[in-house]
Design a protein around this ligand. Sequence first.
Ligand code: B1M
Length: 210
Amino acid sequence: MADFNSMQEAVISGNLPEATRLTQEALDEGAAPSAIVNDGLIPGMLVVGEKFKNNEFYVPEVLIAARAMKGAMALVKPFLKEGDMPTLATVAIGTVQGDLHDIGKNLVAMMLEGAGFKVMDLGVDVSPEKFIEAVSDGASVVALSALLTTTMPNIGRTIEALKEAGLKDNVKVIIGGAPVTQAYCDEIGADGYSPDAGSCVDMLKALIAA
Ligand code: B1M
């Protein structure tokens, strides 16, 4: 019988050897790969997100938890069949044009991936055209991060470019980063704002369900 509780604990504590050992054991015992992901690994990562949101975990703990999750996922992935893991949505994430900060953006990407979203990471210094291309390639969520007051307006410019391309109504645009606020989100017509990576998952799930 697969030990999903211990698997969750291994992810939460960032224990890579234990997470991979338990995952391999579950696979060897014949546990469904989708159950390993949905009942063992993702719930662990969701706890990590909660703890980060509540300042019980800091960046290093999140990074080692994500490493444990990734290591275990690498074992399961070859056994996941088409349709086994319905993705919640495909998210194209990037730091906006002119901005090279990526630590926060990477945390958001990890949390979203850990929660079951498919993530297309476009990197840093991403032009509005690149985001438009990603939407044409299937992204239904555009996630924009900015860390500088001087690059924050490029969030608004990206939204304008999506509107001009006639794509804004096809996607949800979510935004965040140190200078970004709910007021700015409302001003530029983004669909959602979150102050940290943990609450980004809850915010996006609520947006999609609405
Ligand atoms: Co830069 N930098 N930096 N920097 N840097 C800041 C942002 C700054 C506040 C430092 C300061 O002066 N006190 C300041 C900005 C001032 C301002 O605009 N008002 C600043 C500056 C000025 C600069 C340069 C211009 C410096 C220079 O060259 N003169 C330059 C700009 C380069 C560029 O981007 N074009 C620059 C460069 C750099 C480094 C390259 C050296 C490095 C980045 C390395 C990297 O990212 N790979 C760097 C760093 C590390 C910082 C600080 C120290 C840390 C940023 C960070 O990673 N925080 C930062 C000062 C600070 O914040 N204390 C600073 C940790 C991270 C987990 O938090 O990114 O906020 P954060 O992400 C959070 C939330 O904001 C949120 O979730 C994350 C996790 O909870 N979030 C989202 C982020 N994106 C989200 C998206 C969402 C939702 C939530 O939805 C899509």
